[in-house]
Each structure stands twice: as structure tokens, then as C-alpha cells.
Design a protein around this ligand. Structure first.
Ligand code: PLP
Length: 391
């Protein structure tokens, strides 16, 4: 294991913030009341869950009654889509995009098998969605439009306010997958005005296994998990420790977001410009203007990203590829493919995603490692010379 590691995979998951951990600790130790119980420990647990609800609501400009705690972003997404389908069962059409997370893609595939018609909107070569194509796709029998706010692979941001206006105009409910957005850039549901919005704890320095679904008070909701908890909207005894953690993480993000997004953008930009300068045949995938401040998805000519990922991993730099490993062969990322990248370029792309615990020095060091690694891979592939890693 290298003595210094560089974690640049914050879109995959984030480190639990020490303050979040501290808030959670009593709930994995001495505090274990059930929030549904009328006893003193139960009432205390209920108060703590309620505090967390208010903290999450504040982060996204919602009312606390509009927040339902779930087990993850995937559950939030599934609950929103299923609710829209169940409540209006005459409407059998769903609008989504070609670049959604698998939580949405897979459910839509299932709904298609169940007889739903799914419209998958295309994106352009920079990953942006054309709102005109959304307007044209919305119909009287559309049960829901379900779209990303920011793409997990490229960080590209969809024009959510225009999307929301288009949906409202056609009276089609809108679900936004904001899993990559909440905690990274400002989110205000009053401005964006979605019917549903999904978020996930582990993307904003809370633990895995907790998420939340915003359900706008104007919309009816049909629970996916039946039970009496969460006001009958999500059955199952609350994961109090993780909910408290999510509340604490939301509070931290609320206070630090404005400064943090600029700091992280500067780190990402330093990394990106150094790599682009030092590695010939490298370029950015995704729209430069409409992009999360922490994400850099880079294509490198003439390499297999899987090989680069493993070599970087050996050197202690952790990043990711968007490729999916199916039946032993590597399929190019569906996101990059939908943007029109050919298979070779898509398979030569790596995602670097920065976060709260990265520094300017990390950007410089990471850029050096990436540059050396790509050169080494290329020289190995052309069968010439060797490159020595510098630390
Ligand atoms: N949506 C997006 C855009 C994501 O990036 C992820 C996770 O990577 C999810 C949904 C799923 O969230 P979770 O891992 O909490 O189920």
C-alpha cells in the first residue's frame, strides 16, 4: 500500500466526515430507542430523527414534512417512479434520458417489460439535454418525467429549471435524481420546483445506507414499502444512526457549500489543466460550462482506461471508469456512448471526482501521477522504453 493515497472517487462515495461520525456514535452505542415507541428513549430517538429531517429540508429549501428517509438514493428513485405509476395507472408512458443512473435505467427496463412505453431522450455531444426534445416527448398519458440533475460520470448538469417549467406546462409530474448534486452545489426546491427529488447520504459525507426523498406537498404519494413509519410513507424502523448522520452532513454542507464549491472547483481545474497540458491526446468529456465543480472526466487517446485505473490504484490514486463489466468483457460507458463517443474513446476515459478532503497539493500530485501513468501505458502498448514512477 503506498504511504500517501489520493482519493479522487467522490462521485462513487465519500468519506464520512468526522463531525458526522461523532453525531452518529451515540446511536450505535448507548442510544437505541425506537422512534415509534412512546417511551423516553423512543421519544428521544423521534426528536433526533425530526431534527435530521429539518436539517435535510433546510439544505434543499423544503419543508420538513416533505422529507421521507429511505435506505439509499436507489430506493428514493424507485419510490418516486413507482408512486407516480401506481397513482395514475391509466398513464403508461414515462420520459427519461439515455444517460440516467442504473437505478432509473433498470427500473424503466422493468416497466417496459410490464407494458409501459419509455421515451429515452438523447443528449448532445457534450452531454446536455435539449429541453425542446423533452417538450415534444411529454404527452397526456405521461405518468412521470424522471431525469438526472447532474450526471455521475461527467458531472454535466441538466437545465432543471427549464425542464421543470416544461413539465409543469404539460402537467406532467417531475422526478429529479439529485444524488450527485445535493451537497455539491446549491439546491432549492422552491426555485426548481420538482414533484420528487432523490438524494443519498454517502455522496455528501454521511454513511452508506441512508437517503431521502423529497415529495412536494402538492403531490400524492403511494409508499413502496408499506408500514406505519415516516407518517405511513415508508415502512421499516428508522435507521436512526444513519439518519442522524445524514442530518449532520446536511447541516455541514449547508454552512460550507458556498465556499467549498469554489475551493473544490479550483482544485479540479488545477488538476485538469495540468493533465491537459502534460498529456498529449487528452481531452475533457462533457460540457465545460454546465458541470459540477468537482468532476473531471478525461479521455486519453490510445489507452485502455481499465489498465490505467489499475496502475493508478497501485500508486495509491483512486478514480473510476464508467465502463460496466458484463460477462467478463468490458462494455463502454452508456453515458459516453450516448454522447456519441466511439467505443475506443469511451473505453479510454477516466473519471476523477474531488471532494472535501482533497487539497491543492493533491491536484498537482494527481496530475503528475496521471501523466506518468498514461505515458507508461502508451509506451508499453507501443513496446518501447520504460517510465519510472516518481513519488
Ligand atoms: N443516482 C445517481 C446519479 C448516482 O450517482 C447514484 C450512486 O452512484 C445513485 C443514483 C444511487 O444512489 P445510492 O448508491 O445511494 O443507491
Amino acid at each position: 500500500m503506498p504511504e500517501k493515497t489520493l482519493y479522487l472517487d467522490n462521485n462513487a462515495t465519500t468519506q464520512v466526515d468526522p463531525d458526522v461520525l461523532e453525531a452518529m456514535l451515540p446511536w450505535v452505542g448507548t442510544q437505541y430507542g425506537n422512534p415509534s415507541s412512546p417511551t423516553t428513549p423512543g421519544r428521544f430517538a423521534r426528536e433526533c430523527v425530526q431534527k435530521a429531517r429539518e436539517q435535510v429540508a433546510r439544505l434543499i429549501g423544503a419543508r420538513d414534512a416533505e422529507i421521507i428517509f429511505t435506505s439509499c438514493g436507489t430506493e428514493s428513485i424507485n419510490s418516486a417512479i413507482r408512486s407516480a405509476c401506481t397513482l395514475d395507472s391509466n398513464k403508461r408512458h414515462i420520459v427519461t434520458s439515455a444517460v440516467e443512473h442504473s437505478a432509473t435505467l433498470k427500473l424503466c427496463e422493468q416497466l417496459a417489460r410490464d407494458g409501459y412505453e419509455i421515451t429515452r431522450l438523447p443528449v448532445n455531444s457534450t452531454g446536455l439535454l435539449d429541453v425542446e426534445s423533452l417538450r415534444a416527448a411529454l404527452r397526456e398519458d405521461t405518468a412521470l418525467a424522471t431525469l438526472l440533475w447532474a450526471n455521475n460520470e461527467t458531472g454535466v448538469l441538466f437545465p432543471v429549471e427549464e425542464i421543470s417549467a416544461a413539465c409543469r406546462n404539460k402537467k406532467v409530474p417531475l422526478h429529479l435524481d439529485a444524488v450527485q448534486v445535493v451537497g455539491k452545489v446549491s439546491v432549492d426546491v422552491n426555485e426548481t420546483d420538482p414533484d420528487f427529488l432523490s438524494l443519498s447520504g454517502h455522496k455528501l459525507h454521511a454513511p452508506k445506507g441512508v437517503g431521502a426523498l423529497f415529495v412536494n406537498r402538492r403531490i400524492r404519494f403511494q409508499p413502496m414499502l408499506q408500514g406505519s413509519q415516516e407518517q405511513g410513507r415508508r415502512g421499516g424502523t428508522e435507521n436512526v444512526a444513519s439518519i442522524v448522520g445524514l442530518g449532520a452532513a446536511a447541516e455541514l454542507a449547508h454552512h460550507s457549500l458556498a465556499a467549498e464549491q469554489n475551493r473544490i472547483r479550483a482544485i479540479r481545474d488545477r488538476f485538469e489543466s495540468r493533465v491537459l497540458e502534460s498529456v498529449p491526446g487528452s481531452s475533457v468529456n462533457g460540457d465545460l460550462e454546465h458541470r459540477l465543480p468537482n468532476t473531471s472526466n478525461l479521455a486519453f487517446d490510445g489507452i485502455e482506461a481499465e489498465g490505467a485505473l489499475m496502475m493508478l490504484d497501485e500508486r495509491g490514486l483512486y478514480c473510476s471508469t464508467g465502463s460496466a463489466c458484463t460477462s467478463g468483457s468490458v462494455a463502454p460507458s452508456h453515458v459516453l456512448t450516448a454522447m456519441g463517443l466511439n467505443s475506443t474513446r469511451a473505453k479510454g476515459s477516466l473519471r476523477f471526482s474531488f471532494g472535501r478532503f482533497n487539497t491543492e497539493a493533491d491536484a498537482t500530485h494527481a496530475a503528475e501521477l496521471v501523466s506518468i501513468t498514461i505515458k507508461k501505458l502508451r509506451s508499453l502498448q507501443s513496446g518501447s522504453g520504460s517510465v519510472v514512477f516518481a513519488r
